[in-house]
Design a protein around this ligand. Structure first.
Ligand code: DQA
Length: 147
């Protein structure tokens, strides 16, 4: 079975309580449930993870090699700062979609920079929790086309 890792970075555990005017009121467990539903409709396996620390995220990406076929990554603020996460993605050679709930390009300038985008297939941002569904769909299509 084709399998996708959906990985969430720092502060995303606080979704639902955290700056609801930006990130909405949906919790990370609501998003996980929606992802599981979408994946099962598409016949995909998923692993859904969150961690606040950069090193743990890197370890999770390393472990994904050989276990998963694609990575959907909301790296939170590490998107804008972490060369180490970018290098981890390059090292495991997993097709990766960068994801954000908010439209980072409509926000502060420091959020316009992404190290992840340099090694990603593409970027989905600005669609709130629906972005996770869109990313799963985009990854399914990519993996199907890639055979
Ligand atoms: C975010 C956008 C990042 O800039 C921010 O640091 C986050 C959340 C998003 O999903 O919109 O933590 O990744």
């Amino acid at each position: 079975m084709v399998s996708i890792l959906i990985l969430n970075g720092p502060n995303l555990n606080l979704l639902g309580q955290r700056q609801p005017e930006i990130y909405g009121t949906t919790t990370l467990s609501d998003i996980e449930a929606a992802c599981r539903k979408k994946a099962s409709e598409l016949g995909l396996g998923i692993d859904f993870r969150q961690d606040n620390s950069e090193g743990a995220l890197i370890d999770i990406i390393h472990d994904a090699r050989g276990r998963h076929d694609g990575l959907i990554l909301n790296a939170g603020a590490y998107t804008h700062s972490s060369i180490a996460l970018m290098d981890a993605i390059s090292s495991v050679e997993l097709p990766t979609i960068e994801l954000h709930l908010s439209n980072v390009h409509a926000r502060e300038e420091f959020r316009h920079v992404s190290y992840i985008a340099r090694v990603a297939l593409g970027v989905i941002c600005g669609f709130g929790p629906a972005g996770y569904d869109l990313a799963i769909e985009a990854m399914a299509r990519h993996l199907e086309a890639a055979g």
